[in-house]
Design a protein around this ligand. Sequence first.
Ligand code: GUN
Length: 292
Amino acid sequence: MPSLRLAGAAVRDAVFEDLRARTAASGLKPGLAVILVGDDPASQAYVRSKGKACESLGFHHVTHRLPADTAEPELLALIGRLNRDPEIHGVLVQIPLPPHLSAERVQGAVDPAKDVDGLHPENLGRLLAGADGIVPCTPLGVSVLLAHHGIDVAGRHVAVVGRSVIVGRPLAMLLSRKGAGGDATVTLCHSRTPDLPAVVSGCDVVVAALGSPGFLDRRHVARGAVVVDVGINRVDDPGAEKGHRLVGDVAPEALDGWAAAYTPVPGGIGLMTIAMLMRNTYEAAARRAARA
Ligand code: GUN
């Protein structure tokens, strides 16, 4: 049985078209600042895609590339300047950060109104409380992609595998909250969950967000389940042009021909994360204009 491929490109394109129209109609020039500390190759690639997305939408954007040994006070001072910069509506600090920097302190230094990543404790708290706030991009992207394909999680049992602050925990909040896009029963699983295959295979929807290539297989995924693969893992591939390729957290055997629907890697949730970052940036600019 062929499975429905939940590709992100068409949804990303629709989000971009909507943002172009809203930007033109409002006369706003949304501005995004991205900070990259160190030279992690995957982070460099993500940061380049964010810049390209801004360019394609006509957004103002700046990327601050800092050396891996940047001291925390210097990074915090830069964030302070961006918080005060009227041309900047979104500030994103690419993670992971080098180990001597505290992600908690750094994320906490971003003005919550400019926290387009949705990772400031105030925005995470708002999500937990069911209040309006900026929602982290990847969880929001999962929710928008499912809605676009008419997959309603209400009343269904969802396994979220992975408890990161950036994906697993906020996604569990989003899918279980009251109202549209929510009302799911969510089991948040992780590496210490006993008998993971038994827990996950009892669910209608499986979200894999562990960052471990092919970690989930047919033992975990019930036949006919919906699989959302958030993992983007680089694995060596001497046959590939760049010497590596991208794979998800779910083994191919549990996707096409097994799941009812699945998100591909690459070309699935990764595109949605960027689309939601652009939407969060536009909306931060619009809120700022409404306050002025
Ligand atoms: N690293 C990988 N994904 C993300 C993201 O969505 N935001 C930030 N800040 N860093 C990331």
